[in-house]
Design a protein around this ligand. Structure first.
Ligand code: NAD
Length: 260
């Protein structure tokens, strides 16, 4: 028996990166997986790789109409949706004063409005059945400040607030809503020039893990929240960041890497 046997899951942004790792893991644990993304080729290739437990569905998370359609299609193909992983996201590095209104709204639309629409699309069915799990992917940037991330951090803090409200409103109706807060993860988003894992690790020398995270390490947290093992978790925030939000080392001082 897999940890998600008999469950149907929609994973947005499922075609690559963390979403792809989550799709593979959920299928390996017995779920039927709807890979929902705007990347047609990558999504179809991943569905073919996984086999009959997965299908690709084109979904732009910012479209309310597209959300209504995908839920109907997934239910017709696989049955009622038990799990939604709201994972699709985009990153923008720009100083606050250089961030245009258009930039700001574009990031919020995908990262925050997309998750809001996803909840609105799947929750009514989950409430009617009295069960369901929604996993919202936020970030450590939804827990702290960071230069260059005015739009992104706003969106990820927003996801954290949205998660708490949804968890309160839906929790007493059997639908658990929780968030996952990854730190640096080795995907195209962080590693856009395709550096080796060793090269990317260099950038994370200042955190306790001393390395970047792998997409499968974040997928493991989503798996736990999606499964019935987390049945008493409502509105929780799971931080998977190699210690990034703890603080930073004072280089060379006692207790720092390489010091005594
Ligand atoms: N990589 C990191 O270091 C990191 C850290 C913290 C949080 N996150 C978050 O994790 C999630 C996954 O990111 P990733 O690192 O795998 O990045 P990624 O760029 O590899 O994957 C993001 C996926 O989202 C999809 N997507 C983008 N806009 C979409 C839209 N409008 N509709 C549907 N799909 C859309 C992309 O096509 C892509 O497949 C994101 O929410 C991201 O903000 C990433």
């Amino acid at each position: 028996m897999g940890r998600l046997s008999g469950k149907v899951a929609i994973i947005t942004g499922g075609a690559r990166g963390m979403g792809a790792a989550t799709s593979r893991l959920f299928a390996a644990e017995g779920a039927k997986v709807a890979i929902a993304d705007v990347l047609d080729d990558a999504g179809a290739a991943l569905a073919a790789e996984i086999g009959s437990a997965a299908r690709f569905y084109r979904l732009d998370v910012t479209s309310e109409d597209a959300w209504a359609q995908i839920v109907g299609k997934v239910e017709a193909d696989f049955g009622p949706v038990d799990v939604l992983v709201n994972n699709a996201g985009i990153l923008l590095f720009k100083s606050l004063l250089e961030t245009s209104l258009e930039d700001y709204e574009r990031v919020l639309k995908v990262n925050l409005v997309g998750e809001f629409l996803g909840i609105k699309a799947v929750a009514p069915g989950m409430v009617a059945r009295g069960k369901g799990s929604i996993v919202n992917i936020s970030s450590v940037d939804g827990m702290k400040g960071a230069n260059g991330l005015a739009a992104y951090a706003s969106s990820k803090w927003g996801v954290r607030g949205l998660t708490r409200v949804a968890a309160m409103e839906l929790g007493h109706r059997g639908v658990r809503v929780n968030s996952v807060h990854p730190g640096g993860v080795d995907t195209i988003m962080t590693n856009h020039d395709g550096g080796s894992r060793d090269e990317v690790n260099q950038r994370f020398g200042n955190i306790p893990a001393q390395r970047v995270g792998g997409p499968e390490e974040i997928a493991a947290a989503s798996l736990f929240l999606a499964s019935d093992e987390s049945s008493y978790m409502i509105g929780s925030e799971i931080v998977v960041d190699g210690g990034m939000v703890l603080g930073h080392y004072y280089a060379g001082m006692p207790g720092a890497p390489g010091a005594r």
